[in-house]
Design a binder for this molecule. Structure first.
Ligand code: ADP
Length: 257
């Protein structure tokens, strides 16, 4: 494994992590969490040590996408650090495992919860921590990006009309913070039936985004009819991106997996 790049500057809990990847979207429901979980398990399948941090405090979806035996985070009484839940070799933290329902909180409280969950967790040595970001580009997202030294960002969108404006917003936020956007994923872009390909949301503006912002990778992922069922069954099957296209881009970041 590569040497942790942030040692010395970061809260202790994050010092042993080599790469922190934000999976982000400007709208909810585009498949951000699905991509984040698929990315994490694909990287783990390639031999990397991986964790997922579900930063979507208002609507944590990780607990419905995995089915570990224990679903409640525990604290190490001596070090007062949080022990992540482990499922199929991937370490998981979500507000949904904190024993509370959906949060009704103001922004600063949310930032506090995120900060505590992220930085006081015993992540151990990780090649990748995948952060499932809350949707949008508001204060919470900005604070998170400023506090956490992100290695790279992936932006998830669907190919609707407004997608270009949305994606541009996300790219600008990350570029202001000097975080490279390495990939745009156009999720649910088509499906095949009766030997024909259908584009229910129209053709996306992905190519335009890639050209305008110089993002190195664009991935079109199809609608998978059985995906919702597998996401809801608590089995993180790699069905969105079976070839691991998105995960492979992270091998370019220089981490041996
Ligand atoms: P977000 O995190 O952006 O809110 P989710 O990952 O929770 O979105 O996905 C929203 C819903 O869409 C889920 O039920 C998920 O299973 C489904 N979904 C995501 N990607 C696909 C896909 N490529 N094909 C079919 N269903 C999908």
């Amino acid at each position: 494994p590569a040497k942790p790049v942030f040692a010395g500057q970061l809260p202790k809990g994050l010092q042993t992590i080599s790469n922190i990847i934000a999976v982000s979207s400007c709208k909810g429901g585009v498949g951000k969490s699905t991509i984040a979980v698929n990315l994490a398990y694909t990287l783990a399948g390639m031999g990397a040590k991986v964790g997922i941090f579900d930063a979507d405090v208002y609507g944590p979806s990780l607990p419905t996408m995995v089915s570990p035996e224990s679903r409640l985070l525990e604290m190490n009484p001596e070090t007062r650090t949080i022990i992540p839940i482990e499922y199929l070799g991937v370490k998981l933290i979500s507000f949904g495992f904190a024993g509370q329902g959906r949060a009704i909180m103001r922004g600063p409280m949310v930032s506090g919860v995120i900060d505590q969950l992220l930085t006081t967790t015993e992540w151990g040595e990780l090649d990748y921590l995948v952060i499932d970001m809350p949707p949008g580009t508001g204060d919470i997202q900005l604070t998170l990006c400023q506090v956490v030294p992100l290695t790279a960002a992936v932006i998830v969108t669907t190919p609707q009309k407004l997608a270009f404006i949305d994606v541009a917003k996300g790219v600008r936020m990350f570029s202001k913070l000097k975080v490279p956007c390495v990939a745009v994923v156009e999720n649910m872009c088509h499906f095949d039936a009766d030997g024909k390909r259908y584009y229910p949301f129209g053709k996306g503006s992905g190519a335009q985004v890639v050209q305008q912002f110089g993002i190195p990778h664009l991935f079109d992922l199809p609608i998978q009819p059985n995906l919702s069922a597998s996401g809801d069954s608590g089995m993180p099957e790699v069905v969105v991106d079976p070839q691991g296209q998105v995960a492979k881009t992270f091998q370019d970041l220089g981490v041996c997996v």
